[in-house]
Ligand binder design. Structure first.
Ligand code: THU
Length: 128
């Protein structure tokens, strides 16, 4: 799949972000092994620590549908939708990307560029 299409799907998902505390709407989109796209947005909680990032929502939706995530796009639409704020995935999401996609998978960060999981998570934890 064209990375740009995946970024567009991430932008679409950011519209559903529930981010009343941070006002920081994030969207993610995963291309899965069946070719389908699974979207995610960040969802914040009144108990702040229960907040979950857009990337993990998209990755977990993919897993829960019985598919394997192959690549992911992420965006933040805080300002102008045509000028995405740069956002790099947090450490927790990088670990889950490594767990679920492996080190070679592509991570497309809207307005920033394309990385492998290994570039974002060098020497990351994996079970021996
Ligand atoms: N957030 C994400 O959804 N993905 C990231 O990679 C970093 C942060 C969310 C969590 C929280 O709802 C808001 O952005 C501000 O941290």
């Amino acid at each position: 799949m064209n990375p740009n299409d995946l970024i567009m799907a991430a932008r679409d998902a950011a519209r559903y972000a529930s981010a009343p505390y941070s006002q920081f709407p994030v969207g993610a989109a995963v291309q899965a092994s069946d070719g389908a796209v699974y979207q995610g947005c960040n969802i914040e909680s009144t108990s702040y620590g229960l907040t979950i990032c857009a990337e993990r929502v998209a990755l977990f939706s993919t897993i829960a549908a019985g598919q394997r995530p192959q690549q992911i796009a992420v965006t933040c639409l805080k300002g102008d939708p045509n000028q995405p704020d740069s956002l790099m995935p947090c450490g927790a999401c990088r670990q889950v990307m490594l767990d679920q996609m492996g080190p070679e998978a592509a991570v497309h960060v809207d307005g920033v560029g394309e990385f492998t999981v290994a570039e974002l998570m060098p020497r990351g934890f994996r079970l021996p």
